[in-house]
Ligand binder design. Structure first.
Ligand code: NAD
Length: 512
């Protein structure tokens, strides 16, 4: 039978389709399944990747387990592993253009933002590459002359690393880099919507010298491959960055095997502005706080909490500027922000806005689905501001994860703190004031994992990132971010062994 052009194209695609990487080799799904990744800015096809089955995830876990139990990676010194991570950082910088393009196409974000992401990813690998070897353990003073005691750190084993779609490789890197630095093997599962840069990463890790079997990749849906990754007894840790309900499902699935969990979940983050704040900086940053990456940022300052005396003028300026934000695709030089990740997500964001209005909020700008021109081809949603918001409204309680700013007002410092803490989440927040003492008081009172004073969004890999309350479990980045991937072991040595004499009376010399 003669092959058609379509058959040939399909065959070529099957040969090059990636996504399932086990024991250092690209593999096909057990059922041959694939999925098409599309750019959310215009629906164009970006890639066809493997859609793994649960059996594929189990194979990847087996590969990671074998490499951990018998392979060389965990037996290297910390400094040797650190050197490989530094090489990864160099390679990411060498291949920045390819990485940034892949990230921009998968997410729809502007190319320049994807380029910043790759810089941050390289910085993350470089940080953990340098920290490896500096945190080898410590000697303990036991208070006894006959004992030498030290605490050492060892890798956990096999780590399941589950990443979201908003900062696909960045969030993965916050897990991959410390997991490798500590000597673990891992199975990475990117979001099914944004797998391309994780596929590139496998090749970069191999080139840098990570041995086969240590780094494994499974592309597939959370529903299909998430089960084995969360419940398999061969997995020692599940680290998720994702939504609250996903964290709850993974925690339940992980409970029977009492594996470690580490979660970076959602946020409902307050941006508190006092009347004495630097006006221009506070207005400008109120916009970036919430509308950066069209609000698809876990730490987005989606709740503007502004002092009543300035609220009307402040909000009017924010609204006037929000209306002028230009939306567009990744390679549109005029675009200031991109689309939402999917039609489903855009519809959810729109539903939150409508629920807010139904519960009494006032729509000040945005709040519609564009249906004309190029924007109609993608999943765009305009910057939206809701005034007159009150505690208890759904749009104040739940994360919309879109470009939606709610406005609440306060009369004094105590009320500002109470409103800012009026959330089950606790990821991040900011306070804007020119009163240095008040800035410190408020920062100290906020129950959030990151607090900015007169700024919004900056982070560095040297400082811990994570949330209070339902924003997560544990911390990424910083020294705590390495500890998530290590077991502490206490080793005690008696250098003058003698009978303890606890049982059978006085110590009586060597036992028979
Ligand atoms: P999501 O929870 O839908 O998906 C995250 C990942 O979990 C994906 O890879 C998905 O396939 C997988 N998954 C889904 N169900 C699963 C299951 N039952 N078992 C195992 N894995 C499963 O989240 P998302 O929509 O990709 O990302 C947005 C969310 O991520 C937001 O809530 C956002 O706040 C959060 N986030 C948090 C941080 C942070 O640092 N705290 C950073 C980025 C994003």
């Amino acid at each position: 039978m003669t092959a058609t052009v379509q058959d040939t194209a399909q065959e070529a695609r099957q040969q090059t389709t990636k996504g399932l990487y086990i024991d250092g080799a690209w593999q096909r799904a057990a059922d041959g399944g694939t999925t098409t990744v599309r750019c959310p800015a215009d629906g164009s096809e970006v890639a066809v990747v493997v859609s793994a089955t649960a059996a594929d995830a189990e194979r990847a876990i087996a590969g990671a387990r074998a490499s951990f139990d018998g392979g060389p990676w965990r037996r290297l010194t910390d400094l040797e592993r650190g050197a490989v991570l530094l090489k990864v950082a160099d390679l990411l910088e060498r291949d920045k253009a390819a990485y940034a393009r892949a990230e921009a196409l998968d997410t729809g974000k502007r190319l320049v933002e994807a380029e910043y992401d790759i810089d941050d990813i390289a910085a993350c690998f470089r940080y953990f590459g340098k920290v490896a070897g500096l945190e080898a353990g410590r000697v303990i003073d036991t208070g006894r002359a006959n004992a030498v005691s030290r605490v050492v750190y060892e890798p956990l084993g096999v780590c399941a690393l589950i990443a979201p779609w908003n900062y696909p490789l960045l969030q993965a890197a916050w897990k991959v880099a410390p997991a490798l630095a500590a000597g673990n093997s891992f199975v990475l599962k990117p979001s099914e919507l944004t797998p391309s840069t994780s596929i590139l990463l496998m090749e970069t890790l191999a080139e840098a010298g990570v041995p086969a079997g240590v780094a494994n990749l499974v592309t597939g849906t959370g529903r299909t491959v998430g089960g084995p990754l969360s419940s398999d007894p061969r997995v020692d840790l599940v680290s998720l960055t994702g939504g609250l309900s996903t964290g709850q499902a993974i925690m339940a699935a992980a409970a029977p095997t009492v594996k470690r969990v580490a979660f970076e979940l959602g946020g409902k983050n307050p941006n508190v502005v006092f009347a004495d704040a630097d006006w221009d900086a506070a207005v400008d940053n109120a916009l970036t706080a919430v509308f950066l990456h069209s609000g698809q940022v876990c730490s987005a300052g989606a709740r503007l909490v502004v002092e009543e005396s300035i609220a009307e003028r402040f909000v009017a300026e924010v609204v006037e500027r929000a209306r002028r934000i230009r939306m567009g695709g990744p390679f549109d030089p005029a675009a200031e922000t991109g689309p939402l990740i999917s039609a489903h997500h855009r519809d959810q964001v729109h539903a939150y806005v409508q629920a807010g209005i139904a519960e009494g909020a006032t729509l000040l700008c945005g709040g519609y689905i564009p249906d004309e021109g190029a924007l109609a081809d993608g999943f765009f949603y305009p910057p939206t501001v809701l005034g007159n918001c009150r505690s208890g409204m759904t749009v104040l309680r739940e994360e919309s994860f879109g470009p939606v700013l709610t406005v609440e007002t306060f009369r004094d410092e105590a009320e500002a703190i109470a409103i800012a803490n009026d959330t089950e989440y606790g990821l991040a927040g900011a306070v804007w004031t020119s009163d240095a003492s008040r800035a410190q008081r408020v920062a100290g009172a906020l129950r959030h994992g990151t607090v900015w004073i007169n700024d919004y969004h900056p982070y560095v890999p040297q400082a811990e990132w994570g949330g209070f309350g339902k924003s997560g479990v544990g911390r990424e980045l910083g020294r705590s971010g390495l500890d998530e991937y290590r077991e502490a072991k206490h080793i005690w040595q008696n250098i003058a062994p003698a009978p303890s004499g606890w049982f059978g009376g006085e110590p009586s010399g060597p036992r028979e």
